[in-house]
Design a protein around this ligand. Structure first.
Ligand code: GLN
Length: 305
């Protein structure tokens, strides 16, 4: 394998030297308080080694990256039954779009757009009496990191300004694809998005997707190998919303972004990589994260393609 720390450091310096374009998400007021100069990276290899640089141990709001974890939890309980409630096709639309739901009868295109993630939260409300606690315990268990928590200020900030998410929820409910009480479901969704981790923790947490469903360091089977394949496939085709094609084109790995500026990408059977830089491009994906991952995979020539 290439000298991971060396490629990481050089790629980091290369991106750091470029103009830091884009804008920090401000539609969730709590996210706008973050220093845009933050930039961290961490790789966790299949053998459990970690290489990191920059602000890699500063916690941040992982936002939509957490949708992969709620999906994993739901899939591990529901299996194929999940797909009666949502599809697994790319939407080609922004993460919070309402348009397809009208013609597609309240069936979200995939579990990684807001509409689909809200239905996944409804499934978690079906499955568990205390879905928020269950979800948090699950994330702590699969990562082996007991200190991971929700950021309650972020969850509250999102609840106070979450007009679009309430619209999505109510619209889906009108088609009968939300079974539980709306306030309960949206509360789970806002907490899910408020999960906080740093790059070191995030790349470790996603380790099971680089190891056929088995967590790298803790050695627990999180999902079946066939389910890990499917989650990676959904990340590849849907993880970056209307920029999923561009991410595949430039980076060539399955991955997921969040409006907190985080990104995770997975090279199955090799490693996971997490980046964090809060300024976003117009699709809501981290500007520097995308550049970093493009340059990194160009240099290592390790991609799924
Ligand atoms: N892309 C994202 O990270 C969006 C998540 C955010 N919490 C929202 O619902 O708008």
């Amino acid at each position: 394998m290439f000298d991971c720390q060396d490629v990481l450091n050089r790629t980091y310096q290369r991106v750091l030297a470029m103009e830091n374009k884009g804008a920090v998400a401000s539609y969730i007021p709590e996210l706008a308080k973050v220093d845009p100069a933050n930039f961290g990276v961490c790789i966790t290899t299949k053998t459990g080694e970690q290489f990191h640089c920059g602000n890699s141990i500063t916690p941040f709001s992982i936002q939509s990256i957490a949708k992969v974890l709620s999906l994993s939890l739901a899939i591990s309980h529901q299996g194929e039954k999940m797909w009666e409630r949502m599809d697994f096709e790319p939407s080609g639309s922004s993460f919070n779009s309402l348009v397809q739901l009208e013609t597609e009868n309240g069936i979200p295109r995939n579990p990684l757009i807001n509409a689909g993630a809200i239905v996944v939260c409804d499934i978690l409300c079906d499955l568990f009496e205390n879905p928020k606690e269950e979800l948090l315990n699950y994330v702590r268990k699969i990562s082996g990191i007991k200190s991971i928590s929700y950021n309650l200020e972020v969850a509250k900030s999102e609840r106070l300004t979450g007009y679009r998410n309430y619209a999505l929820l109510n619209f889906i409910k009108s088609f009968g694809n939300i079974k539980n009480d709306c306030d309960t479901v949206i509360d789970v969704y806002f907490h899910l998005c408020s999960l906080e981790m740093n790059c070191v923790e995030l790349s470790k947490t996603f380790g099971f997707l680089a190891n056929r469903g088995k967590q790298i360091i803790t050695n627990t089977q999180v999902v079946k190998p066939s389910q890990a394949k499917r989650i990676n496939a959904i990340m590849q085709t849907c993880g970056f919303y209307d920029e999923a094609g561009e991410f595949a084109f430039r980076v060539g790995l399955p991955g997921k972004s969040g409006v907190g500026g985080g990104m995770v990408a997975v090279l199955p059977d090799a490693y996971t990589i997490a980046t964090w830089s809060p300024k976003l491009n117009k699709h809501g994906n981290s500007y520097r994260g995308m550049k970093f991952l493009e340059y990194f995979t160009d240099e290592t020539q390790d991609t799924v393609f």
